[in-house]
Design a protein around this ligand. Sequence first.
Ligand code: FAD
Length: 429
Amino acid sequence: MGLQLVRVPGSATNMSNWDAYDEFGNSADLDGKRRTLANNVTTCISKGVDSGRFSNTSAVDAASECGWAPNPDGLDSAIEWQLFTGESGLPVSKMRAENYLPDPTYGDFGADDFFFKNQDPLGYSTVIHAVADGALDGGAKALDKGRLVLGAEVDRIELECDYVTVRSKDGRSWHSLHVISTLPLGVLQRRPEIFTPPMLTGQREALGRISMSNYTKIHAQWDEVWWNASVYKWVQANDGFNGGTLPSVRNLAHASVLPSSRTLLFDLGDPQASEWEQLDDDAAKAKLVAELQRVHPGKAIPLPSAFHMTRHSIDPLSYGAYSDWGDSTAEDHLRAGMPLSAPTPPASGQFPPRACPPRVWLSGEALCPRYNGFVHGGLISGRRDATRVLAALGVNGSFAANDGCDMTLGRDQMKRGRAVLRWRASFAR
Ligand SMILES: Cc1cc2nc3c(=O)[nH]c(=O)nc-3n(C[C@H](O)[C@H](O)[C@H](O)COP(=O)(O)OP(=O)(O)OC[C@H]3O[C@@H](n4cnc5c(N)ncnc54)[C@H](O)[C@@H]3O)c2cc1C
């Protein structure tokens, strides 16, 4: 696929390759004890969930039982933020231990993350083109033949017993026997009126209990690197609860990433993500420099020369970044993902009355409970639902027995992903 990847050993939760700074910009946790403890806490929570010790336990309580007693300083607050929020995007107060660890993604695919750094104009779309090349006649060129329609905002999905009509905001419409919807969870939650007839209340409520996380990314570029470019990531103490304002910093100018980029990436879950994205770019730039200056009093930090901030939770095409189990249950996921059918026609003349078959298949990362929140959740759920549609059309005969997104599949065999981290896992340079 031609991807250029930087290996991040042990995922974003493993802080063993990072630096740590206190509220005053001084190196902190020099012996690594606090971050080692954080790693051990993830192992302990993971084991506790497996043994049933932490069923129905909040992540905060589980961490506490595992020995996490944060010091009342900014550093432990930032470490705690990174441990829980750094990947899920959710504040720790909204997380349940069993929905947090062990994570099937890291159990099934390995403990590491990979940071994608291709700089060609396609960017991350490289992946989409590669997948489409294999799946469509003519690959991405199928666009030209009209098989793919982009830029059409769907306003209505109307179910009849025998077909579905999809209407776009600009007045166009399409009819089809089946529809696979990959509308993001945030859109399903905030715009239920898209479906006619409406989804059943129980299904809507189940969708509502799954969390749509927010995750704001700030990329800021300076004319000159003013930070220590030899460190890939650092955890930064600053004032306030939940990790303060800017708990986590990723140095894209690191030798292993994009050495000439002169860019820092600040990745922010909640509560920070939703606070920052309310600011316009000028206000956010000024706040960024003020915050950085406060924790690096010895430096003279100018305004960045280039700046980009995402605003996922206020984007009407997503209303959030990606889903997280939060405090939802397996039952919620089962209900939320039920395919939609039109109601049984009142006077079909048949006995028993002919029930309308499923016509709209709810797909996308949020409806792949095993891998939700990840790109592979989107891909695998799409394959699952394509298989289901083919089966409904009689092409394959029956539903695939193994849908790939099932949370219970092989859970016992899951390797413990990030639960087996070693301190100072070797970092790819
Ligand atoms: C900041 C951030 C960081 C992430 N980091 C990672 C990571 O490190 N690793 C990882 O694996 N995953 C990551 N993800 C998650 C990953 O991007 C998603 O899981 C994946 O994109 C989900 O694919 P999807 O097709 O289900 O949904 P999406 O990619 O969300 O696609 C849904 C599409 O529906 C469109 N849409 C919405 N409403 C309408 C409408 N009314 N009409 C027509 N179209 C509509 C949207 O524009 C969008 O294109 C991250 C996501 C974000 C936002």
